[in-house]
Design a protein around this ligand. Structure first.
Ligand code: NAP
Length: 291
């Protein structure tokens, strides 16, 4: 038996909160060792969506715990495209700001692409701009999107073998699924990834061949034990808000009895998205010559 905590069914419990806390503590140590340079993460939130506000608050809290400075720009839900662009443009020009996160989605009527275009690639700690995506595809130094990066950190921390393994990613968004496939197929990681989506036929057959499943769909409990090859690692990114609280894409209770490793939802990929955002901010400060 390994050092890792296990579920009742014997799967390794891939604890995202724990790894986030380890990441925050390591960053705090590294920043102290560097002589505590000022590393600043700025967030932009338009409107007052409650979940978005909570996400932004926890990003600030964890940034501060890791020894970074954080700045927040809050705009009314009625803000115009020009007002949002001015706010992001000012952060882009401010040399004391090293990372910029625009909390998505923006209220309807605002053009997200035009706003994201204003974030310079070196400061794009969410890794969502065209230039960051281009750097990811071309293998150039830059920031990979935070959620898929967090998934990669979980696989690494919990000893999930990747080289030569088959992976299935469910969902093909530019936020999660597409960059996840790129990261899983990178040299050095070396899985053979398959990208599944709403038109994929016989999802059970496709998934049950995988050693690693990353589910980023947003349909509650779409992945059951039938989809999972015994011993596979199953990572849940999907979030469905129900009357009973947050529910993932993975039916944890049945899948944990078959899987070799599994993330909880909540408590898995969500905290790791924040950890990756902070790691990207640290790397951003380095790219911008802070240390
Ligand atoms: P999205 O843009 O809505 O993409 C969902 C994807 O799921 C699409 O590619 C869609 O296929 C696919 N899909 C829908 N129904 C399917 C089905 N029955 N079988 C297979 N694939 C299906 O969503 P997203 O932004 O990638 O987010 C995905 C989920 O992750 C959401 O629940 C979101 O809240 C959550 N999320 C969590 C975190 C975290 O930190 N844990 C971060 C970001 C997002 P088509 O392309 O064919 O439509």
């Amino acid at each position: 038996m390994s050092e890792f905590e296990r579920t009742a069914g014997g799967a390794i419990f891939m604890d995202g909160k724990r790894l986030r806390d380890e990441t925050v503590a390591r960053l705090a140590e590294e920043i102290t060792e560097l002589g505590s340079p000022e590393i600043c993460l700025a967030t932009v939130l338009v409107g007052d969506d409650r979940p978005s506000r909570l996400y932004v608050n926890s990003k600030h809290k964890k940034a501060q715990e890791s020894g970074m400075i954080s700045r927040h720009v809050g705009l009314d839900a009625t803000a115009s495209q020009a007002q949002v662009e001015d706010a992001v443009g000012a952060l882009a020009d401010d040399e004391s700001v090293h990372g910029i996160l625009v909390q998505l989605p923006l209220p309807s009527g605002l053009d997200e692409e035009a706003v994201l275009d204003l974030v310079p690639a070196d400061k794009d700690v969410d890794g969502l701009t065209e230039r960051s995506m281009g750097r990811l595809v071309r293998g150039k130094p830059g920031h990979a999107p935070a959620t898929p990066s967090g998934v990669m950190a979980l696989l690494d921390r919990y000893g999930v073998e990747t080289s030569g393994k088959r992976a299935v990613v469910l969902g093909r968004s530019t936020l999660v699924g597409l960059p996840q496939v790129l990261l899983l197929g990178r040299k050095g990681v070396d899985t053979t990834p398959t990208l599944a989506h709403s038109r994929t036929q016989d999802l059970v057959d496709v998934c049950s061949q995988a050693d690693i499943i990353v589910a980023a769909v947003g349909v509650a409990h779409i992945i059951t034990a039938d989809h999972v090859k015994p011993g596979a690692a199953v990572i849940d990114v999907g979030i469905s808000r129900t009357a009973d609280g947050i529910v993932g894409d993975v039916d944890f209770e049945t899948v944990q009895a078959v899987a070799g490793a599994i993330t909880p939802m909540p408590g898995g990929t969500g905290p790791m998205t924040i950890a990756s955002l902070l790691q990207n901010t640290f790397n951003a400060a380095n790219l911008q010559g802070v240390f």
